[in-house]
Design a protein around this ligand. Structure first.
Ligand code: BG6
Length: 491
């Protein structure tokens, strides 16, 4: 087969991401014939594990698949472990030896992916040392996959980027935004550009506003230390939310190449109206969860969590209004909203069309029902179109109806590829379309920095300001009401 051959080196091999996402994704690629037999995975971390320990961990991480057609031991035999100290050059040299041996054994033609799934403070050092110790000079290709957070603000992101760019060229760098690997996020462009009915209406003449919500039920769990210095703005808005916005707002690319698509996304980010620090309050709302009841269970407030300051100023909820200043979008607000400990886990995009000039079927008791196109990203995957039709009665009034497409309907959940599976496969094939280019990262940070500065400089006296299990603080509702809109709750 022509499945890509390579060694995947995973730094942070004992971590949560590796166990929860990467090993299961590699397994699914293997099972679906997307990996040739010529692959090896080298797990790298501080802990002194044997190959056998490591393989047992890997087998545990895939045990829920219960797939009889694949022998877990045969799969695990592709995995090797190498203990590691990021600061100590001798470990790089011994790792390189191991990679050379495995390269011969598995015939991977010198192709290597270095996947950084570990604490970000070492990203730069690692990249530098990989190059200086010769791990990036092979007969094949070498690529760097880098997890978030990519910096803490524009300045630190740039420092990090400069450092990794000394060792890797831009086209060798794959910055992960796992939202870009989600089926329905990838579907945004297809829905827009493969249908004659949407694109002609996709502008400020016909769309009144767009809403992007990503709500979570989980709190910050045991990530308090990271989250305290991040908050929802850096954790979700800088990356996932702005990426979804860019896909919704971009012009059609002239071709489906990574360069063309990226260049259209970059233009959207460049057209984003910058907010001044004084205006942040007008455009953005921050929230922090209080105690509350979720799924019948009593939940602690954010400030009562592990490694969290009891006076914490960190936001666990953000909503905001974004304006894109170009011909297509001038005057159309893009509202975004994301938070932890909200009522339900759901990511959804609502495109609200403008009202008709006149409604013949309006009756006094009834509201006008604008047309909505809803793109359900997760957990339910699908598309719903909200229309009006005749009420099944005498008289002539209209009633809202929906047309539904369910993307997990025919496929059982097992067959919809997971984001990480898709992205790993893309990286192995050398397709960087669904990864973020430095230009996008830079522009997103510049936008977000103004808001985070404003928030860091003023204590949020009102925190905590939303109950666990709610839809966030009431100011978030007001943000839309002031413009004559409301958040659609559509699932
Ligand atoms: C991550 C954030 O990037 O995305 C997490 O760091 C968040 O805080 C997660 O929980 C949400 O991802 P998903 O795929 O569950 O929506």
């Amino acid at each position: 087969t022509n499945s890509p051959k390579s060694i995947i080196v995973i730094f942070g091999a004992t971590g949560d991401l590796a166990n929860r996402k990467l090993y299961p994704s590699i397994y699914r690629l293997y099972r679906n014939g997307k990996l040739s037999e010529n692959f090896a995975v080298v797990g790298v971390a501080r802990r002194p594990l044997t190959n056998e320990d490591f393989r047992n961990n890997v087998k545990k991480s895939i045990s829920h698949f219960e797939d009889k057609s694949i022998d877990p031991d045969a799969f695990a035999s592709h995995f090797h472990y190498h203990p590691f100290d990021v600061q100590d050059l001798s470990y790089y040299q011994s790792l390189n030896k191991l990679l050379n041996t495995l390269d011969e054994k598995h015939e991977t033609e010198g192709n290597r992916i270095f996947y950084l799934a570990m604490a970000p403070n070492f990203f730069g050092t690692l990249a530098t040392n990989l190059k200086s110790e010769g791990l990036t000079s092979t007969n094949g290709w070498t690529r760097l996959v880098i997890e978030k957070p990519f910096g803490h603000n524009f300045k630190s992101a740039k420092e990090l980027n400069d450092q990794i760019r000394e060792a890797f060229t831009e086209d060798q760098i794959y910055r992960i935004d796992h939202y870009l690997g989600k089926e329905m996020v990838q579907n945004i462009e297809v829905i827009r550009f493969a249908n004659a009915m949407f694109e002609p209406l996709w502008n400020n003449q016909h769309i009144s506003n767009i809403q992007i919500t990503s709500s979570e039920v989980l709190g910050v769990e045991d990530r308090g230390r990271y989250y305290e210095s991040s908050g929802a703005l850096r954790d979700m808005v800088q990356n996932h939310m702005l990426q979804m916005m860019a896909l919704l707002a971009m012009e059609p690319p002239i071709k489906l190449t990574p360069e063309e698509i990226r260049s259209e996304k970059v233009k959207v980010l460049r057209a984003l109206k910058p907010i001044t620090e004084e205006d942040v309050e007008k455009y953005f709302v921050r929230g922090q969860y209080d105690r509350g009841i979720l799924n019948g269970e009593e939940i602690n407030g954010y400030r009562e969590g592990n490694s969290v300051d009891p006076e914490s100023n960190t936001e666990t909820f953000v909503s905001g209004k974004l304006l894109i200043e170009n011909f297509r979008w001038a005057g159309v607000p893009f509202y975004i909203r994301t938070g932890k400990r909200m009522k339900k886990k759901s990511t959804e995009i609502v495109i609200q069309f403008k009202d008709l000039p006149m409604n013949l079927y309006y009756d006094k008791e009834e509201n006008i029902h604008p047309n909505l196109l809803v793109i359900h990203i997760q957990p339910y995957e699908g598309i719903t179109l909200h229309l009006n039709a005749k009420k099944g009665e005498y008289g002539s009034t209209s009633t809202p109806i929906t047309l539904n497409y369910n993307n997990n309907g025919s496929n059982d959940k097992m067959n919809t590829p997971e984001a990480y599976e898709v992205l790993l496969n893309d990286c192995m094939r050398g397709d960087s379309t669904n990864f973020t280019h430095w230009d996008e990262v830079a522009l997103s940070w510049k936008f977000v920095d103004i808001i985070s500065n404003a928030w860091e400089n003023t204590k949020a006296e009102q925190f905590p300001n939303y109950e666990s299990g709610s839809n966030g603080p009431k100011e978030s509702e007001a943000l839309l009401e002031n413009d004559g809109f409301n958040w659609w709750s559509v699932t």
